[in-house]
Design a protein around this ligand. Structure first.
Ligand code: MBD
Ligand code: FE
Length: 324
């Protein structure tokens, strides 16, 4: 069957009715976007001769994704998060906002409200004995190299099994999540454990879609950051640890060369003693440069539904139900 009906007046009129063009209510922007979206899908059905069976199996996958709150997991897999980053990079370049540490995607596993610590502290609850001890430290500076005291450095990462507290209910509350305020020298330093990479749940609808593309659902070991300071552009970024098999093969496309960090193993007894660790540990150093801006909206993270961000907001509540 190779019928082509998309360009007929009947279909074009139908598409206008579907998009509410003949109605007064609703949102003009939503109508325009839905008209394009549904139209592109109608055309795709025509062009690829999509069968009813294929269409309804796609509906089933969407239902399964929604039921597991997994759109936020499939989105980076299909490159949407990185594409939005590319657009923000281009907007920055066009506005002359150059320099500073590069951004990369937030991902779906941030939880608002992590404990705040001044300068230095500990992120892990001490129960993950499979995890290599980590000393994570760095300095926050402006693009002229001046340290920024009092900057807020939010850090979150996975445990030795690749699980994130809150989404993995076996972990203690806010394990491996902290908000660190830089000291007078712009420095932050925390004890934690080296995270493992993340893998999409093998039986998940997200992995089902990736399987159809012949792709894996693995991320390298990585550590997420939100960094902000008054008068500076808010930065959402991550570091990817060097030496992971997926460092340059991330299903979420978040790796950037400038953000790959090699840990340094510290085995010297005096150094171990001085740092308060019980044995060898790995030091990970990540310095950050923030570019200056007077624009208030650029100084804060953009809005999106996030777990525990707003207890009264249903979208925020839902963000916390992801089965990842
Ligand atoms: C993660 O830990 C992550 O950072 C992303 C982007 C997707 C899935 C799991
Ligand atoms: Fe992550």
């Amino acid at each position: 069957m190779t019928v082509k009906i998309f360009d007929t007046p009947e279909v074009q009129d139908f598409l206008q009715a579907v998009s509410g063009f003949d109605q007064d209510g609703g949102s003009e922007r939503a109508k325009q976007i839905l008209h394009r979206l549904v139209g592109d899908l109608f055309k795709l059905i025509d062009d690829f001769d999509v069968t009813p069976e294929e269409f309804w199996s796609a509906v089933s996958v969407l239902n399964a994704l929604g039921q597991g709150t997994q759109f936020g997991l499939l989105a980076p897999g299909l490159g949407f998060d990185h594409y939005l980053d590319m657009r923000m990079d281009a907007a920055d370049a066009e506005a002359g906002r150059t320099g500073g540490t590069p951004r990369t995607i937030e991902g779906p596993l941030y939880v608002a409200g992590a404990p705040e610590i001044q300068g230095s502290g500990r992120m892990d609850d001490g129960t993950d004995t499979d995890g290599e001890a980590m000393w994570l430290t760095g300095q926050v500076r402006d693009t002229d190299g001046n340290p920024i005291a009092g900057a807020k450095v939010e850090v979150w990462h996975a445990d030795s099994k690749g699980g994130y507290s809150f989404f993995d209910p076996s972990q203690s509350e806010y394990n491996l999540r902290r908000s660190i305020i830089t000291d007078a020298d712009g420095r932050y330093a925390v004890r934690s454990i080296i995270p493992s990479g993340y893998g999409c749940p093998p039986d998940s609808p997200t992995q089902q879609v990736l399987d159809l593309l012949g792709r894996h659902g693995q991320r390298p070991a990585h550590i997420h950051y939100f960094i902000s300071a008054p008068g500076h552009q808010h930065l959402t970024t991550q570091i990817n640890l060097a030496g992971d098999p997926y460092t340059f093969d991330d299903f979420a496309f978040a790796t950037r060369d400038e953000l790959v960090v090699a840990g340094q193993r510290i085995e010297d007894a005096a150094a171990i003693e001085a740092s308060g660790f019980e044995g060898p540990f790995t030091q990970v150093v990540f310095d950050v440069e923030l570019s200056a801006t007077d624009t208030p909206e650029l100084q804060v993270r953009h809005k999106r539904p996030r777990a525990k961000e707003d207890e009264r907001d249903r979208a925020s509540q839902l963000a916390g139900t992801a089965t990842v």
